[in-house]
Design a protein around this ligand. Sequence first.
Ligand SMILES: [Zn+2]
Ligand SMILES: [Zn+2]
Length: 333
Amino acid sequence: MACDKPISKHELKEHHQVIQRHVKHGFLTLQENQYVPNRDKIKSMLEDYSIRGIGKSIDIFLDGRKVGDRVLPIALEELHKDAIYFLAGTRYKVMEFNYPEKSYAKLQRIARDYPYFTKALTTEWPTIETVYEKRKAFGMEITFCKLHIQKTVYGYVNMELGQEVTQGKKVVLEKPLEYDFITKGIVFHAPRPMNEITKSEDEEYVEASGYHATEHVVIEGSNMITGGVSQDLGGISLGTSGLIFVYDGAIGGNGASKALYDRFERALERSMYIVKECPCTNESGCPRCTFSYRCGNNNEFLHKHSSLEVFQRIIDGEETEIEDPTEGDKPFV
Ligand SMILES: [Zn+2]
Ligand SMILES: [Zn+2]
């Protein structure tokens, strides 16, 4: 942190112990009431940091020549074996993906009329590391936190080019790709859509699908608030728990989820409008309401009416509190 800007002696009281430890080890020195980094000493520490993920990327090769690179974790979704990769407006197929040992991908040209692109199938598990801020949005508790995300890319689907966001045929990877990282995000506990649950024969499906759709739509509804960087947001809905996480897709965080935290009521109103006003009559919804291009679950387990009830209850002020996630909840992303 001190590498970005010197820390004044009275700043960051909550990190006092960390700062003192760095001073003791010679990583920081006190000059004119400001802590400044000792660059030689911390070089090795920063190198450690990058080994653990920050700024790490995958080199991309075509015809034996490096043609680009892509940062993790998004690289895992875009460059796994057999992925169709877009580079400067042209599509290529990934022939070889070496990760985590060597971190490179080799591309091959494909026919211009090849009819598919690919979309990764993923699963993610979130852990709340530190709660920075907490408040109520309508009656619902929401926190802004430091999150640890464990991400696995286990397969992909082939999607037809030129179609709307929809579902494709699934292919499972021989070896799942794993990655974990620290970022920032919000957590909230959605109220239970009791009317839809009571009406249904498959209560768990309706409940989990309602929350999953809610997670998709909240990210969509936050676009106007985050200034169009919602494609950088990730989301996880934990089974039937009602716990929903929306986080910055960039390692360490990029401010989008904080903007969403600060103006969450607006995003919720906008989200309810998206679902309520969509004329589609499918149970699961459609690409204009509940489906998401970023979905790692092939846009399965989505329920439009259950999601609408969740938004209605939130805006009506139903009270909820955040609980700790339990292992049994299946995460939808
Ligand atoms: Zn729709
Ligand atoms: Zn999804």
